[in-house]
Design a protein around this ligand. Structure first.
Ligand code: GLC
Length: 643
């Protein structure tokens, strides 16, 4: 299978966020599974500076977009079984930063147009193009546009991956022709129109053959107003082609047994090195060197959706617990000021570094005991997986990928790999932190086993890559040896690879997690029939939108700045095939919510107290455990057969 992966950033070349980590790891993992893979990204200044000498110049061509006729150079590099292509245009990409420029719309329209223009020059004509977020959202749209005239563009199937739906690429409709080189019909039929704006991500979602979010829970959440940033209607409408594939992490790069960035290596079998890492962390950030005080850590952008308000609300209650707190990250001024002030109140017990510092972050992952991520929303989240790999037990709110990777600890039966709470409530968060701290302090053995379970999760990319390939196989109508490792196992007699992390401990998975998302996984649906030419394509479910007359604007002002227009919101319109009901029912706990703080309530976790009792009475409860486990297994069995 020939796959072209289009991204605006990728590790190690350039990075502003998690997208770069994914784009750096997934393509090699796909190649390892036997696919032919090329990645294409802009040749930014920083890539030219650092990697320029390693790049091969392939050719150049010209890209026509509206009235512009622009140079586009093509450079390449072979790495990890993948061809990495870089599109060169100094006017657009020879800049200090990747995004945040006034002409981002024009820059990424050029990039997307150039990807389609340069297809002839790549090493293969792709069967699938996987684009990511709004920056490459125009690719499936341009393919439809060109496909009207040329069959070969129609032969390419497209996938759009949503890493964060908050960023949609919204512009004033007046720029449609001028900036994006598209006909007014794209707005008139509603494909690109949303809330009065041209919305590139919406267009890509409608045009793509498959849409996937970066975790199963996030895929589900995207159908709810609380998470979808007004796209819930579109997501429901497209739920037949929507799936959620959990990201992985680079298990070799993040390996406490071999990592040279940490002061002492360790493993689940021999944790003594972690004690040294802890002492070193305490020295580095100015915390008291106390071996038995649990260090609670945060490595996070200091922005609202990371759940920082919860911490602001109960920080002093947290600090009454016998803990140390370390925070690393930069972000909004109000949070920076708060944490800076708070750290002064607890010298030796709380330390804050407003920084983006790779070395310190590794020291924290390796040296801390608990890792706090109380996010309001989290499409996937990578840091909780990295923390677990280094034996730092996560405390998370059950949202997005956090819910999919962390199963709450049930100490009475040694299950789970972290701690979690459901409602966005500081009281609930505090309750769970307390539970974690007392388990650490009073039951080191139980905590040690919890830590080992956290470290043993399979967060490898191989697992995710297989799921991506399943999507690609579905939309291209190909059969793909998805279980190549299973087949290899049959051939060699070696055991097949481990299951997905959220399947790894099925007994820990709550029954209510019977993810409705799985029902929507495209692989289950029959291969799409011959795609109709875009010209004949049924108009997207929106009403043939009356093109309202927006006030003329001189400049292509990014629509984010414009006041939201109250429009016959197409997103709200119930899609004909809405099968949303089960979704809403399935996850009531995640509905927006609890602004008021509720008294900490018992969720599905056992309390530290229960743990105390059960620890002593393990034998007594054994029978019970067997009973419960078999009940859950029974349910899981049912779930599987239902699928
Ligand atoms: C975005 C999301 C994050 C996710 C990453 C990679 O940055 O906010 O949760 O892990 O993309 O998909």
């Amino acid at each position: 299978m020939k796959i072209l992966y289009v991204t605006s950033e990728a590790v190690p070349f350039c990075k502003t966020g998690g997208l770069a980590d994914v784009a750096g790891s997934l393509p090699p993992a796909l190649a390892e599974q036997g696919a032919e893979v090329a990645v294409v990204l802009p040749l930014y200044e920083r890539i030219r500076d650092r990697y320029g000498s390693q790049l091969t110049f392939e050719c150049y061509d010209y890209v026509d977009l509206a009235w512009r006729h622009s140079y586009c150079g093509l450079f390449s590099m072979e790495k990890d079984g993948v061809t990495w292509y870089f599109l060169d245009n100094e006017q657009y990409f020879n800049r200090g930063s990747l995004y945040g420029q006034a002409d981002d719309g024009e820059r990424f329209a050029f990039f997307s147009r150039a990807v389609v223009r340069m297809l002839d020059h790549f090493k293969f004509w792709p069967e699938v193009i996987n684009c990511n977020d709004w920056q490459s959202a125009l690719v499936p749209i341009y393919l439809k546009d060109d496909g009207v005239r040329e069959e070969r563009y129609r032969s390419i199937k497209t996938v759009v991956t949503i890493h964060n739906i908050e960023y949609q690429g919204r512009y004033n409709p007046y720029v449609l022709g001028e900036l994006f080189g598209l006909d007014a019909g794209w707005v008139k039929d509603g494909t690109l129109l949303m809330d009065g704006d041209v919305n590139l991500l919406k267009g890509a979602i409608l045009c793509a053959d498959a849409v996937n979010a970066v975790s199963p829970t996030y895929a589900n959440e995207l159908k709810m107003p609380y998470f979808a940033h007004r796209m819930e209607g579109i997501m429901r409408q497209c739920s037949n082609k929507l799936s959620g594939v959990l990201n992985g992490i680079d298990m070799k790069l993040y390996d406490p047994r071999t990592d040279s960035r940490i002061v002492k290596n360790f493993s689940a079998e021999d944790m003594s090195g972690k004690d040294e890492c802890k002492a070193e962390l305490q020295r580095m950030v100015g915390l008291r060197e106390e071996a038995h005080t649990p260090i609670v850590a945060m490595v996070s952008r200091l922005v609202s959706h990371k759940g920082l308000d919860l911490i602001c609300e109960v920080l002093h209650d947290m600090m009454e617990l016998p803990i140390q707190l370390v925070v690393l990250g930069t972000g909004d001024q109000r949070y920076e000021e708060f944490f800076h002030w708070a750290a002064q109140q607890y010298p030796g017990r709380m330390s804050v570094r407003m920084d983006y510092n790779e070395d310190l972050s590794m020291a924290i992952y390796a040296g801390a005991d608990l890792f706090l991520m109380p996010s309001k929303s989290e499409p996937c989240g990578l840091s909780q997986m990295i923390a677990m790999r280094y034996g730092t037990v996560p405390i998370v709110r059950e949202t997005g990928g956090l819910k999919d990777t962390v199963q709450p600890c049930e100490s009475w039966r040694d299950a789970g790999n972290g701690f979690s709470f459901t409602n966005y409530s500081s009281g609930d968060m505090l309750h769970v932190i307390r539970e974690a701290v007392y388990l650490y302090k009073d039951y080191p053995d139980v905590f040690g086993r919890l830590r080992q379970r956290a470290m043993s999760g399979d967060f490898s990319w191989a697992r995710s890559a297989r799921e991506y390939l399943r999507i690609y196989a579905t939309i291209t109508g190909q059969t793909w040896p998805i279980h190549s490792d299973t087949r290899r196992a049959a051939e060699t007699g070696e055991p097949a690879e481990e299951a997905a992390p959220f399947e790894a401990a099925p007994e820990a998975a709550p029954v209510e997690e019977a993810a409705p998302v799985e029902e929507a996984v495209p692989a289950e649906e029959p291969a799409p029939a011959e795609e109709p030419a875009p010209a004949e394509e049924p108009a997207p479910a929106e009403e043939p939108a009356p093109v309202e007359e927006p006030a003329p604007v001189e400049e292509p002002a990014p629509a984010e700045e414009a006041a939201p227009v109250e429009e016959a919101a197409p997103a709200e319109e119930p899609a004909p095939v809405v099968e949303a009901a089960p979704v809403v029912e399935a996850a009531p706990a995640e509905e927006p919510a609890p602004v008021e703080e509720k008294p900490a309530k018992k969720t599905r976790k056992t309390t530290a107290k229960t743990a105390e009792k059960s620890e002593k009475a393990v034998k007594k409860t054994e029978k019970k455990a067997v009973k419960k486990t078999s009940t859950k297994k029974g349910t899981a069995g049912k779930k599987k057969s239902a699928e």
